[in-house]
Ligand binder design. Sequence first.
Ligand SMILES: C[S@@+](CC[C@H](N)C(=O)[O-])C[C@H]1O[C@@H](n2cnc3c(N)ncnc32)[C@H](O)[C@@H]1O
Length: 227
Amino acid sequence: MTAQTGTLPPEGVRRMFDRIAPVYDAMNRLMTAGLDQRWRRETASAVVRPGDRVLDVCCGTGDLALAATKAGGHVTGLDFSTSMLERARRKSSAVEWIDGDALALPFPDASFDAATVGFGVRNLANVERGLGELRRVLRPGGRVAILEITRPRGALAPFYRFWFDGVIPLAGKVLPGGSAYSYLPASVRRFPAPEGLAKLLDEAGFEEIRWRLFAYGIVALHTGAAR
Ligand SMILES: C[S@@+](CC[C@H](N)C(=O)[O-])C[C@H]1O[C@@H](n2cnc3c(N)ncnc32)[C@H](O)[C@@H]1O
C-alpha cells in the first residue's frame, strides 16, 4: 500500500512551516479549543517510561517533545523547519533539538526506546519511508506513538466538514501563511483512515498496533511496538 499524502514537495512543506511558525501554537489552541495539549500528554504517556531515550519526529515548536520530557524521557526533537525549531529551542533546553529529515534520520539503528510523532506523519512525502525510519531507530520492543488528525464518520461528519473544509481555510486567509490552512484539510483528506495507518505500521515492522480516537474521532492515536 502506498500513501503519498503530501500536496507539496518536501521543500514546499518546509517553507510553509517556516512561514506559519509565528502563529502555529496559537492556531493549534484555537482550532482544537485547547484540547491539543491534552492529546499530546496522552500520546507521551502512552509510550514514554521514565528514563527512556525518546525521539520526537516532526517536533515543530516542541510541545509533544516537552510532554515526553514531563513523562520522564530523555528527549531528542527533530524537525526540518528552522523557524519551528527556533521556537522549540526558546521553550526548553532540556530537549536536544536537531535540524534533520524524518525520511533520513541521522541516528544509528536501535538508538531509542520510544518515538513519538504529533501531527507530522501526514506531512511526509513518503509515509512508508518515514515509518520505516522510525522502526529502524527504535530498539526491538521500542514503542511508537503517532498522533494524527483523521476524519470522523457518522453524525459528526457534516459539522466537521463545515469546520475543517470551510472555517479553517477561511480563517487562514486573514493570517500569515494562510495557504497552509487550505493545505491542512487537503492533506487530511488524502491521509489513510486509522485502519490504513495501522496496516502501514504493520508493514513497517511494528506489532501490537492499537489506536484510540479523541474528540469524537477527529484525532487518532496509534501505538505499536517494534518487532
Ligand atoms: C503540523 S507540525 C507538527 C508539530 C508538532 N509535532 C506538534 O505536535 O504540534 C508538522 C511538522 O513536521 C515537520 N516536517 C514535515 N516533514 C518533515 C520531514 N521530512 N522531516 C522533518 N520534519 C518534517 C514540519 O516542519 C512541521 O514542523
